[in-house]
Unconditional design. Structure first.
Length: 201
């Protein structure tokens, strides 16, 4: 559900795993924007062939860094509502070796999803969390590891994502939560693991 709006974000998959059917090359999964009142589909974003959305979060983020000639103080202090989607490509028999991080802005007036940024990742993104004031860091649970990125948004919806660290988190991450500066990962085989996030290290 989109905060403060009568909109719902939904992951719509092809029935009976149709997106994996080699005889249906046009079958793809969707990210859909729905009316909360009527559940009518207002807009859809098609994922790529064999791609499935695993996780979705919404964050309200302000422009990072110092105000420049193109960025007024008022615009920098105004948070932008972003939707982050983690995906995987299921075109292999083994664990997925690739996925994408998609960052959307929801145009509430036009009721549309606007793709602002996409990043290819070396694994299935199972969970997404943010850490710190103004969502300073982005944690991605990918296959059997947690990857930490800086998460900066500059004027014009330009994103800087720089990998800072990664840790093996078990066999295959199922879920992830952030509590203060700790990342708690639920693994499919090895229970729960906790990682401390310490700046400058």
């Amino acid at each position: 559900m989109i905060k403060g709006e009568d909109l719902i974000l939904a992951n719509m998959e092809e029935p009976d795993y149709g997106f994996l059917d080699p005889n249906r090359p046009d079958a793809t999964n969707l990210i859909a924007l729905l009316s909360k009142q009527t559940f009518k589909t207002l807009h859809t974003f098609h994922l790529q062939r064999y791609e499935v959305a695993n996780c979705v979060i919404q964050v309200d983020k302000k422009v990072s860094g110092q105000a420049g000639a193109q960025t007024s103080t008022s615009s920098r202090n105004q948070p932008i509502s972003l939707v982050l989607v983690g995906t995987a490509f299921l075109d292999e028999e083994t664990l997925p070796s690739r996925g994408r991080l998609l960052i959307f802005k929801v145009d509430t007036k036009e009721c549309r999803l606007e793709l602002l940024h996409q990043t290819a990742c070396a694994g299935s993104i199972q969970a997404i969390e943010t850490i710190g004031e103004n969502h300073k860091y982005l944690a991605l649970a990918m296959n059997n590891k947690v990857v930490l990125h800086t998460f900066n948004m500059r004027h014009g919806y330009l994103f800087d994502l720089s990998e800072q660290d990664s840790k093996v988190s078990g066999t295959f991450a199922q879920c992830m939560k952030v509590i203060d500066n700790q990342v708690v990962v639920g693994d499919i085989m090895k229970g729960i693991m906790v990682f401390d996030v310490k700046e400058g290290r």
